[in-house]
Design a protein around this ligand. Structure first.
Ligand code: GDP
Ligand code: MN
Length: 389
């Protein structure tokens, strides 16, 4: 789960990381009020769950209240499209108004979960401001990596070593150690999966401050972090994914036209690959999970069909915990209840497969059966209505 920049800054501030003074605004008048309180100039920043706002016109240094008002008016209620969003962008409903910082140097600092070492890894660079993915590609040697041993936690010499590698001196070293400690504790104590400060700035007077902040959290740990769960902003999330989650479905919307209803994340990935191989393109990733009832299968159809691009539905079930007869009943029920007319390809294997196939055949509905994954994918691709030229 992602949170907004202003929320991440509030969290990090609590852990002792220096961040600029600022306030949140939901309306232009409020933005002007915050600017007056802070004193001009201020930086006004669109709050969306995506980076790349600076380059997309979502961050502006304002020298007057009139400028704050105009910029707030131009952003609020609109969608901001950045390099990190899709073509729709993300809606801007709040702005962060901050006291402007005098920048002398922009650095990069990130903490991520490194799956290979199964530990928290620090990634840092002297070249802050730009996107880390680009930096990793263009200048891999500009990145410094360091793994934290969970038995000892972050040890002070690691912070000092990093500070030297980032070219710091004097009181900056102690300040950097403090930032590192705060980020590490916030990460560990709140079940985060990522903390990113980009840029971490050295100001004109030589002090460190976190100018931007991003945090993501482990969704599976939210039950024990109610204070983190409260920071969720559903307005920034795909409503289809939310609706699916309520039915215990794991759904991710994509850009193709073949709707997928599958059990198991691995089979779902394999099916998407097979669709691509057969020359098609999946409209979504969807895992209906284990022990799916007919009702859950109907909910899966509803979710998949809420995407207007879907022209074929492919149901691919390899039932272990699941039961093919339940899934088949769900497919038949969905076809009738939702008055479907588009082609539906069904491939069933595993537990109660004979009963499942019997239900599909006896339904009298024009459902298309397939025996193997490859056949199912090829049939789905071939069943698409002819594309308009
Ligand atoms: P992002 O583009 O979404 O990552 O947004 P950031 O918060 O990182 O801001 C983008 C860029 O705006 C930063 O890299 C800075 O160069 C600039 N910026 C942000 N806040 C300030 C500020 O207070 N003073 C100055 N001079 N520049 C700022
Ligand atoms: Mn940034």
């Amino acid at each position: 789960m992602d949170i907004h920049e202003h929320q991440a800054k509030d969290v990090l501030r609590r852990f002792g990381v220096p961040v600029p003074d600022g306030g949140i605004a939901f309306a232009p008048e409020q933005a002007m009020h915050e600017a007056r309180k802070l004193g001009l100039p201020v930086v006004v920043k669109a709050q969306v769950h995506a980076g790349g706002r600076g380059a997309a016109g979502g961050v502006k240094l304002c020298r007057s209240e009139t400028e704050v008002n105009a910029f707030a008016l131009s952003l609020l209620g609109r969608n901001l499209v950045t390099k990190q969003t899709d073509a729709q962008g993300k809606p801007v409903h709040r702005l962060l108004v901050e006291k402007a910082t005098d920048i002398s140097k922009e650095l990069y600092l990130g903490l991520v979960l490194d799956r290979k070492s199964e530990r928290i890894m620090i990634v840092a660079s002297r070249e802050g401001g730009m996107e880390i993915e680009e930096l990793a590609e263009d200048r891999p040697d500009a990145l410094v990596r360091m793994v934290i041993d969970p038995a000892t936690g972050l040890v002070p010499f690691q912070s000092r070593e990093l500070a030297f590698k980032l070219g710091m001196s004097g009181s900056q070293i102690a300040q950097f150690s403090n930032v590192m400690r705060g980020c590490y504790r916030a990460f560990r104590d709140l079940d985060a999966t990522m903390v990113e400060i980009n840029p971490l700035v050295i100001t004109g007077s030589g002090d460190l401050i976190a100018l931007d902040a991003k945090m993501s959290f482990d969704t599976n740990a939210l039950f024990r972090r109610p204070e983190v769960a409260a920071l969720r902003d559903p307005g920034q999330e795909d409503p289809r994914e939310d609706a699916a989650a309520e039915h215990g479905l794991n759904y991710v919307g994509l850009e193709g036209d073949i709707g997928c209803i599958i059990n198991g994340a691995g089979l779902a990935m394999a099916t998407m690959d097979m669709i691509q191989l057969a020359g098609g393109s999946p409209a979504n990733f969807l895992d209906i999970g284990g022990g799916a009832s007919p009702e859950r299968v109907v909910a899966a159809f509803r979710t998949v069909l809420s995407d207007p691009n879907v022209s074929v539905v492919l149901v691919n079930i390899f039932a272990g915990i699941n039961r093919c007869d339940w899934v088949a009943s769900g497919v038949v029920q969905a076809y009738r209840e939702l008055n479907l007319t588009l082609p539906v390809v069904v491939r069933l294997a595993g537990t109660n497969v004979d009963e499942g196939r019997w239900i599909i055949n006896e339904s009298g509905l024009p459902l298309i059966s397939a025996d193997t994954l490859a056949e199912a994918a090829a049939t789905a691709v071939a069943s698409r209505p002819a594309m308009a030229a």
